[in-house]
Design a protein around this ligand. Sequence first.
Ligand SMILES: Cc1cc2nc3c(=O)[nH]c(=O)nc-3n(C[C@H](O)[C@H](O)[C@H](O)COP(=O)(O)OP(=O)(O)OC[C@H]3O[C@@H](n4cnc5c(N)ncnc54)[C@H](O)[C@@H]3O)c2cc1C
Length: 394
Amino acid sequence: MKLRFESSVEEFRQEFLAWLADNRPTAEEMAADPAVSSAHCPEWAKRWTKRLFDAGWLVPGWPPERGGRNAGAHETLVYLEEMSRSGVPRTTNPQGLGIVVPSLLDYGTPDQIERYAMPLLHGEITACLGMSEPDAGSDLANLKTRAVRDGDTFVLNGQKVWTSGANYADFCFLFCRTDPDVPKHKGISIILLPMDTPGVTVRPLNEIVHPQHPDLNEVFLTDVVVPAANLVGKLNDGWAMANGSLAHERGMVWLMSVIDMEMGMQQMLELAPSILEALPEQERAVAADDVVRCYIESHAVRCLGYRGFARLVKGGSAPEQALMKLFASASRQRLARVAAEMRGPDALESKPQRSRRVGTLEDYFGIFGSTISAGSSEIQRNIIAEKVLGLPRG
Ligand SMILES: Cc1cc2nc3c(=O)[nH]c(=O)nc-3n(C[C@H](O)[C@H](O)[C@H](O)COP(=O)(O)OP(=O)(O)OC[C@H]3O[C@@H](n4cnc5c(N)ncnc54)[C@H](O)[C@@H]3O)c2cc1C
């Protein structure tokens, strides 16, 4: 079976590729000032974001005034494929562009869109996502960070953890408790928190992957005062909005999984022949078997992704998202292990760039978080059990 896109979609792909060839940042530019955290936007990345926005290639599915060209779903898919294959990051602030901005466009006031969403789309500022807390990860509704109304302001106290890019972000899309006296899902709100507000302390966490460039942070809030106008959507309506925000995240993770796996496999196929050639015969057979397994899994991820995508385009729900997240993240971890083992000591090279290459220790350690972030594998299994298989809640 050979899957093909319609010719108009292929024309769209060619149009983007031609533009990309003329406008992409150079490898030298990116290497000289690498993006070292998920909300770090070096000068070249600012220029690149603005260029994408002006040309309607930042979010092709959106209207031109928001950085797009009203492209359809298939066009957006091939755009994302080609962008990932190019090796140029579409954004150096994935949470900002992929979750915070779409959520603000859905629920924010015109002023919030003007002050936060549009500057982010122009590459002028970046955002982080403040959901998780020490006792609220999988069970997000358990969050305890308090926001208390005081006249025209909210006063914030509490702690977030695992906040990607908080050490570089200009503002945080902060989930907090605004009513502690109602069932826990009902008293949550979202507030925009400028990170330079007095009382905000960001403490980067030690990371095995980039000890010199941490990305994950603890964020402590002590009597932090923000204008009441920074409330996103309705008071105490944060849970419904969280599901909207997470849907953006899940959609993004799902598409990126297909592409990440395919690119990883491509890199593996570049590495494998010469390494296999040099191995003793018996070891070669075992290693070749591992490579073939990864290859089969990369195709399975792609087919699963296309099937889920086809359902979403037709307006159906996509239980494949949970299957996809579970299978793709585990497969990608296996690929990282096989590639690192094949390269042996050469895998110890280390680079600060966040774009990883398989067969490096950076990739091997970096990919571990993928079975935890955006919903752990255990949570995906719960979703599959309950929503796909219809089993009773455990
Ligand atoms: C790389 C990375 C980036 C992240 N970035 C951000 C970010 O930018 N912003 C943010 O807010 N958060 C972020 N997170 C946090 C992430 O959302 C949480 O780690 C995740 O939701 C899991 O929560 P937890 O770590 O508190 O683990 P817990 O929820 O405490 O889970 C611990 C273990 O118990 C299992 N478990 C929990 N509940 C159940 C259940 N009901 N059934 C079965 N098993 C269960 C889990 O699967 C896990 O194995 C990031 C995490 C990682 C790894």
